[in-house]
Design a protein around this ligand. Structure first.
Ligand SMILES: [Zn+2]
Length: 407
């Protein structure tokens, strides 16, 4: 976009939760160049009118597996290791055509929810084309699963990573070492050093279940059996005797500031460890409900100063990839949170967690990522609580990636 475009609405949400009444968002070359009252722009050209609407920042989905979209409804919420086994089997059974066919509908769900940035884990190479066409600002986090160091000498890891990433936009890459139980610390470090060098996102699932903690604390349980079944216990394996998070810390891996996904079951000391290291966690409320998990430790994390973000996870364990639905679920589960605190979990918090300084806010100099909503509401909380909330248009880098005519 080279021409200046101006979008005017009854309300524009500014950083910190303040509203600009009858405001204008001005954008040029994909960047917000001005945000001021409409009167300032009287007589200006290229003014798009959105009466009875509000302009909100583009949302950031901090955790997703788009490639699993075809698995919606095909898995049973069993014990987690059984569920992992089901997903591994489905990945090999479903055809590439079937997996790809589910992508357009899933991407539409994402965009219709006002999401403009998607941080997506991938283990298969099936999503790139659909995401490039979508206009979403997608980050491809290459999932790494391997725990035997004999399979990953340092040089081979570098070569394998390079081969894996061929053909992807390197300014949109990142790494997702799968989980402490499925990645060797040497491979994690190799990926983390690369991520740090290139300022790429880095994320890892940690303490999703108590059984994962049991495997680290005592060495037994379903995860031990799973790893024996897949013959993926490293030859130098010994029981760490601490939580998965403390295991990462003991190897210096928290210094790389990975985004911690789920963190459903912190052991004593974990919340403080997260806070002290300035780490961020991603809560996936839809998946949490699907597995009927114990209440998520929102209060403990917030008291420890942990930056909390929200993600959708995948359609294999969630009803939808609609981030506003996840926000509503979070509100229902944690009614003490204010509307501003909730919205930050899909805007400013993930922007901080992922080192996206020009995202998550409607402000001069930020990327022109925003969504336009029908607005019969008195306040932001009414919008969060209304399951019928209606997004009318979504702009990513100033370019319309969907408007009401398409919805
Ligand atoms: Zn995940």
């Amino acid at each position: 976009m080279s021409a200046t475009a101006r979008f005017t609405a009854r309300r524009v949400l500014l950083p910190g939760g303040e509203w600009l009444e009858n405001g204008v968002v001005e954008a040029r070359d994909g960047v917000i160049t001005d945000v001021r009252p409409r009167g300032v722009f009287e007589g200006c050209e290229n003014l798009q009118e959105w009466p009875d609407c509000a302009i909100l920042p583009g949302f950031i989905n901090a955790h997703c597996h788009l490639e699993y979209s075809a698995m919606h409804g095909l898995l049973q919420p069993a014990a987690f290791t059984d569920w992992l086994f089901q997903i591994v089997r489905l990945k090999s059974e479903l055809s590439e055509e079937t997996l790809r066919a589910a992508l357009p509908g899933a991407i539409e769900q994402i965009i219709r929810s006002g999401t403009t940035t998607l941080v997506d884990n991938l283990s298969l190479d099936i999503t790139q084309e659909a995401l490039l066409q979508s206009g979403l600002d997608a980050y491809y986090l290459f999932e790494l699963i391997e725990s035997r160091p004999e399979d990953w000498p340092a040089q081979m890891a570098e070569e394998a990573l390079a081969r894996r990433m061929r053909g992807y936009p390197l300014n949109k890459a990142g790494f997702a070492p799968h989980a402490p139980y499925s990645i060797h610390v040497d491979l994690f470090r190799s990926a983390a050093e690369r991520a740090l060098e290139y300022r790429w996102p880095l994320s890892i699932h940690v303490s999703e279940t108590l059984e994962e903690n049991e495997f680290f604390l005592k060495g037994g349980g379903p995860f031990y059996e799973l790893k024996r079944r897949f013959a993926s216990l490293p030859s130098d394996w010994s029981v760490p005797g601490c939580s998965p998070l403390q295991h990462l810390d003991a190897h210096g891996l928290l210094d790389f500031k990975p985004l911690i996904v789920h963190a459903n079951c912190p052991e004593p000391g974990d919340a403080v460890l997260l806070g002290r290291n300035g780490l961020s966690v991603v809560f996936c409320p839809g998946t949490h409900r699907y597995f009927n998990r114990a209440p998520w430790p929102m209060t403990a994390y917030r008291q420890a100063g942990v930056n909390v973000c929200i993600g959708t996870d995948s359609l294999a364990s969630n009803e939808s990839l609609d981030l506003t639905r996840e926000l509503q679920l979070t509100h229902e589960l944690h009614p003490d949170l204010s509307s501003e605190e909730l919205l930050a979990m899909i805007t400013e918090s993930p922007a901080a967690a992922l080192n996206f300084p020009d995202k998550g806010r409607i402000h001069s100099g930020c990327r022109a990522d925003f969504s336009i909503w029908r607005w019969p509401y008195a306040n932001l909380m009414e919008w969060i609580e209304d399951a019928q909330r209606q997004c009318l248009a979504v702009f990513a880098a100033g370019r319309s990636i969907a408007c009401n005519a398409l919805f």
